[in-house]
Ligand binder design. Sequence first.
Ligand SMILES: Cc1cc2nc3c(=O)[nH]c(=O)nc-3n(C[C@H](O)[C@H](O)[C@H](O)COP(=O)(O)O)c2cc1C
Ligand code: SF4
Ligand code: SF4
Length: 254
Amino acid sequence: MIGIYFSGTGNTKYCVEKLIQAYDPMAEVTSIEEENVVQRISLHNEIVIGYPVQFSNIPKIVKDFIVDNQDVWNGRNIFVVATMGMFSGDGAGILARLLRKYGANIMGGLHLRMPDSICDEKALKKPFHKNQELIAKAADKIEKAAQKLKEGNPPQEGLGFLSHAAGLLGQRLYFCNKTKNYSDRLKINGNACVKCGKCVSVCPMKNISLGEEKAIPGNKCTMCYRCINLCPAQAITLLGKRVYEQGGGRYDCE
Ligand SMILES: Cc1cc2nc3c(=O)[nH]c(=O)nc-3n(C[C@H](O)[C@H](O)[C@H](O)COP(=O)(O)O)c2cc1C
Ligand code: SF4
Ligand code: SF4
């Protein structure tokens, strides 16, 4: 067994690490950002793969990873973990269908509600103690899922027809353009940026460079919200107009 994940702000990393720890403490866990991850996956028959839902869809970086390495999924037994702030419908299902296309056998799926990582939208913010409650509930759910995996009866969340319809009609059809391509919408406020370089070093897409006056965004943003949550000057925004609160997620994603 190997656990792999993409995690913008640490939620998914936390969940996959916790699941693997409960299932098999000797098993390895790694981010898809690691250079030798594909070679490591190819050594395992059973895989847990985790990702954060974006608009009931797969982040572009995750989709590209699956498609670019399509040969590695054939014949593997895969358990899909989708983390979300509120609702995905078929978060596990949408990735499961893509993996099946490349020959994977889907063992099951797990949906975990975690703190919302969109820190420049006020409406989605919850108080700190509510986020702590969400994390505790997710941890409990993960323990139970690991037990069911061990018993050969893993959860099947997000995989059925009704979940598929809920994901499609709930959000995906309406927002499908948001995750189709990488985004060129990241904004960096030149008055606030102190050119510390943090955003440059943490971006999984190498989408930011340091200019003369300020950090400069490119057009290959996968909307993970890592730089926005970590910028010490709160100078970066994407979907919203200003940063309301950083640190809602777990933020041990560096
Ligand atoms: C661009 C974007 C879109 C999101 N869309 C959804 C969504 O459709 N439904 C939902 O429940 N959460 C949504 N979220 C919240 C994340 O899925 C959630 O916070 C996730 O646990 C973040 O995981 P991470 O810390 O591993 O990146 C979205 C987050 C981002 C950044
Ligand atoms: S992290 Fe923020 S302050 Fe630092 S370089 Fe990037 S935008 Fe500027
Ligand atoms: S620019 Fe920021 S939000 Fe976009 S992919 Fe890079 S770290 Fe993530």
